[in-house]
Design a protein around this ligand. Sequence first.
Ligand code: NDP
Length: 253
Amino acid sequence: MRKTAVVTGASSGIGAATARRLAAEGFNVVLAARRRDRLDALAKEISEDVPGAGKVVPVTLDVTSQESVDALAEALSGGCHVLVNNAGGALGLEPVAKADPAEWQAMYDTNVLGLLRVTKALLPRLIESGAGHVVNITSLAAHVAYEGGAGYNAAKGAAYMVNEVMRLELVAEPVRITEVAPGLVYTEEFSLVRFHGDAEKAAKPYEGVPEPLVADDVADCVAWAVTRPAHVNIDRIDVQPRVQAAPHKLHRL
Ligand code: NDP
């Protein structure tokens, strides 16, 4: 029987790559995000291009809305074995002295409360599956501070702590908890969203970086963690491009 994986934030970047990869690994995949047109296009692409793909189901989801999260849980007709909490991102790069509380609030709502809402809604199904797995995509920013990063550092740091607490609380349940914490990943939208569509600012973090990670590298980490035997819990994967040693320590050409 095929297992089902739900991937939030599947409409672009790491989430889309993870959905593709999990489909290739034999999972039925539920693609969840706000932009339905992109999910529909990805569902078609996976069904047509991924050899042996199972069911691919797009579901419109806003992780900041409890109603929307409840609708996701209802839309899951079968079981759920894997939940990849990937929806999220950064807003702004201002120092604390100039930071916008509304941006911090939005980052917390998506990266932390979003993770809470979706995990809470799907946890009964994950437990019921007998071999559930929650994979939380945090960031290197969850573990290492950088100037201008405080709001994102704080949100991803909080997500890291939720991850740690869940592993303690669920130790008697058949559910694994994994954190994947990537460094610099080149994805089309992450930086554009962070800088509110300013393409020039968005290009800066990647400037001169010969080979940042790409979304498939992170998808690879997720796929590896979820395909270990059910008794093996990969607690955390820290992954950076070779040319990065810390958020602020990148070798640029
Ligand atoms: P993208 O901006 O490409 O992807 C973000 C995804 O999250 C989109 O699919 C977006 O879909 C979805 N999303 C955002 N808000 C919501 C919401 N309220 N409800 C549902 N879905 C939402 O970025 P990446 O792929 O690069 O990032 C994916 C994850 O990895 C994020 O959590 C990010 O913080 C993390 N990360 C990224 C790194 C990088 O360098 N790129 C490094 C480390 C971690 P839609 O707009 O359609 O809802």
